[in-house]
Write a protein that binds this ligand. Structure first.
Ligand code: 5AD
Ligand code: SF4
Length: 470
């Protein structure tokens, strides 16, 4: 691993008065959010204390994303702000995908940065921190992308005490032609099912009831010891005492197997929601994207999901304006909204990424055409959701209580299908955060539901929650 050749003596590093402190800001996907929880846990184990502002911190870390160009620009904007803080004895570290992509160039652009590390190197953080504390200037963790190892840590500092992530697979070997992830997050590697189950059991013992399995392609999971399939892992976690909900994201159509649908049909604790990014409805565009499936292949998996014995909510990601996408290709994508009936669509204009195969493709779609298509797609989906969510009106849904909206006099919950349900209760006391209750849905919006509590078992006193409903 390159140390940067700047180990010219030990400089004393001025830490904030109360010892070693750090501030961390996270951009990007759930994988990044969960990586930060692991990084925070590791730092705390190494004697650092987390603070809420850059001003109060001795060490400032940015966990970055470069999936699309705006995310990247945001990081460089924030890095520029670092400049203003120079000379205050602070140390700076850039983590995550921009760190991996830009590597040593970050030191050129921002010489006040001392640490640059991609996610495949986080398991070496304790060692990197020792070097940082010794005043070393250009510490890198960039060379571990071919690793077989995963970043499992017992120190993970989960931000929510009821609902938490477990990474079961890191990296990606799919190499879609538009995507940086295989380059930034490295080789695909799965954890053993025994370690995944042990972590889930530990979480259950700590009081977590909702567990979300994470992976860039979560269903590409392959137990390195060959003991369990992905669907079996879902069932085993759902079986653990105390676990009430198991979620998973993101699924790849190529590896989406029927036994996943069977598991959801059989086990109420496996949540009735599948996020299955399609990217395009046109087989020609899918081919150029190197997705390794056709429109028909994708729709066959959708048909399995629709045939399940429970209604399963479906959501997707779509890229608009990929090179070569014609109006007819785009119409094929639009038609998916009706054919599939998604509950949410995350759509993005194609953004050329450095070093990816698609960057050299001819027939680029002009920005104004891309923007217009994106707008049309989002409007069509919004219109759909306006009526789609109405199917829940009159239903009684189980929700986990996630927050209170004092202004509106509402409690916010989340359904098994991952929908936001805002509800009122006639009880004078509020349900505790993390408790489960049942809500009768009375109204539907395109992105949320509204209802009334019919049964809220666990309650806390007003004094305990400090909140009074309006
Ligand atoms: N341009 C636009 N969108 C992209 N995504 C990934 N790479 C790109 C890119 N180069 C989208 C995909 C993916 C989601 C996380 O981000 O839709 O599923
Ligand atoms: Fe962004 Fe992809 Fe990295 Fe997640 S893995 S932070 S989405 S570039």
């Amino acid at each position: 691993m390159a140390a940067g050749g700047h180990g010219n003596g030990v400089e004393s590093v001025v830490m904030a008065e109360s010892g070693k402190t750090f501030y961390i800001e996270t951009f990007g996907c759930q994988m990044n959010a969960h990586d930060s929880e692991k990084v925070i846990g590791t730092l705390e184990h190494e004697g650092y204390r987390r603070v809420e502002t850059e001003e109060a911190a001795g060490l400032i870390l940015y966990n970055t994303c470069c999936i699309r160009d705006k995310a990247e620009q945001k990081v460089f904007h924030r890095l520029n702000e670092y400049k203003k803080m120079q000379g205050e004895g602070k140390q700076f570290g850039v983590l995550g995908c921009v760190a991996q992509q830009e590597g040593n160039r970050i030191f050129e652009k921002a010489p006040y940065v001392s640490l640059v590390s991609g996610s495949a190197s986080y398991r070496n953080l304790p060692e990197m921190l020792v070097r940082l504390e010794a005043g070393e200037k250009r510490i890198t963790g960039l060379d571990d992308r071919q690793t077989e190892e995963t970043f499992d840590t017992e120190f993970t500092a989960r931000s929510n005490p009821h609902r938490g992530y477990i990474t079961i697979i890191e990296g990606c070997d799919k190499f879609c032609s538009y995507c940086v992830v295989p380059y930034t997050r490295g080789k695909e590697r799965s954890r053993s099912s025994a370690s995944v189950l042990a972590e889930a059991a530990r979480m259950a013992a700590q009081g977590f009831t909702d567990v979300q399995l994470l992976g860039q392609n979560v269903n590409s999971y392959r137990d390195p010891l060959g003991h369990m399939t992905f669907a079996e892992v879902l069932r085993a976690i759902a079986d653990l005492p105390g676990i009430r909900r198991v979620r998973f994201t993101t699924s790849h159509p190529r590896d989406f197997t029927r036994d996943i649908v069977e598991a959801i049909s059989d086990v109420p604790a496996i949540c009735d929601h599948v996020h299955l990014p399609v990217q395009s409805g046109s087989t020609a565009v899918l081919k150029a994207m190197q997705r390794e499936y056709s429109r028909e292949w994708y729709l066959e998996r959708i048909a399995w999901i629709k045939a399940a014995r429970r209604e399963i909510s479906m959501t997707t990601d779509i890229i608009v304006g990929f090179p070569g996408e014609t109006e007819a290709d785009f119409d094929q994508t639009l038609s998916l909204l009706d054919v599939v009936g998604y509950d949410a669509v995350f759509a993005f204009g194609y953004s050329p990424r450095p070093n990816t195969p698609a960057i050299g493709m001819a027939e680029t779609v002009p920005e104004d055409v891309k923007a217009a298509r994106l707008q049309r797609l989002l409007e069509a989906q919004r219109e759909r959701q306006r009526t789609a969510y109405e199917r829940h009106v009159g239903q009684v849904l189980e929700v986990m209580v996630e927050g209170y909206n004092r202004q509106r006099g509402q409690i916010t919950g989340r359904s098994s299908q991952n929908k936001t349900v805002n509800f009122t209760t006639t009880q004078p006391i509020l349900p505790a955060l993390g408790s489960y209750g049942h809500v009768r849905v009375t109204q539907a919006y395109p992105n949320s539901l509204v209802g009334e509590a019919v049964h809220v078992p666990h309650v806390v006193g007003l004094a305990a929650s400090g909140l009074v409903m309006a």
